[in-house]
Write a protein that binds this ligand. Sequence first.
Ligand code: GDD
Length: 409
Amino acid sequence: RVVAVIMVGGPTKGTRFRPLSLNVPKPLFPLAGQPMVHHPILACRRIPNLVQIYLIGFYEEREFALYVSAISNELRLPVRYLREDKPHGSAGGLYSFRDYIMEEDPSHIVLLNCDVCSSFPLPDMLEAHKRYGGLGTVLVIKVSAESANQFGELVADPVTNELLHYTEKPETFVSDRINCGVYIFTPDIFTAIQSVFPLRKETSNLRRMNSFEALQSATKTLPADYVRLDQDILSPLAGKKKLYTYEMLDFWEQIKTPGISLRCSALYLAQYRHISPHLLATGNGSKSPTIIGDVYIHPSAKVHPSAKIGPNVSISANARIGAGVRLISCIILDDVEIKENAVVMHAIVGWKSSIGRWSRVQAEGDYNAKLGITILGEAVAVEDEVVVVNSIVLPNKTLNVSVQEEIIL
Ligand code: GDD
């Protein structure tokens, strides 16, 4: 029996995702027309003998209620949101719900960060984990040496795949193999997390005795029950024949900024070709718009037949796309209106926004640059014939003049 747990974090996390995380929890932001967390959930569905999926986070319960009940019905698999009263860290959060998880008597626990975009090769990873016979297996990918320091860097034995060395976001280069934030554990992980608690107590005693020393180290000021999976569990257990690695070759991205979410939307749309082709717009029929490449259009959206859409476009519920509109590489959220002959390119258009006739909302499309894509927050109005380039516009603004390289507060 397998239980999957997805760590969704809370409102104090995901701040780099603003302004898009201002009115929807980041894990529910749509990529390729489906909430971010939906993609790992579908991947979990492919694990044999999966009995339950838990989402653990410190968002209000009501924020996830609708989604969780809809997806449970759709998949005919219990999906439940468990709310922490405060952040406990990625391992501490898991530990705080050990009773719920162990109720299912699982042989394996699959643990995933919600803010990664991947093909999630979970069934193959589970098979490898069983062969290794360790406490845990970490999903690993090779990245460029320049980008590795944003992640946990690790060294594994090339023959046995044992995790030999692990450093979280090191200042000097260790390895171009990184932690993907996807793990498989046996229930012994709870004993490993528990063994960190006495260490925490020692350091909080120390704080009383020697406050200067305590201030020197961020670790020593952490709450007693705050345990991070990477620093507190993976680092000390590396090289002890307990942890192993499974290297993936397919796609993987970490979704920290809105720019990357546009790239992730493209990756998931491309994946639909293989796993859910019915979700892709075809452009067949006299009433359909011209479709180029991978495009998702929600069934309730209205798109004029003379519009030209794609590649990499997703259009959410109740959006209205007028005649002659051109959309390239963009996410159009619920209830947006785009009027005749407007162009949207490398942009995210927030809920209930409107774009006027002959207007352009665009960017160069460098997903890593801060202003490499244009973002309109919720209910932004761009008037007719206005051009918005490489800019971020916060919610409820009206733009009646053109702007370039600006953050409009
Ligand atoms: N429920 C809950 N409670 N979730 C949490 C908490 C918490 O207190 N703290 C973090 N998370 C969730 C986040 O929402 C995210 O999904 C995941 O746990 C990891 O977040 P962080 O601990 O902030 O780490 P990170 O995202 O900067 O880096 C981690 O993931 C990378 C892969 O994406 C590290 O494990 C890196 O080594 C790894 O490369």
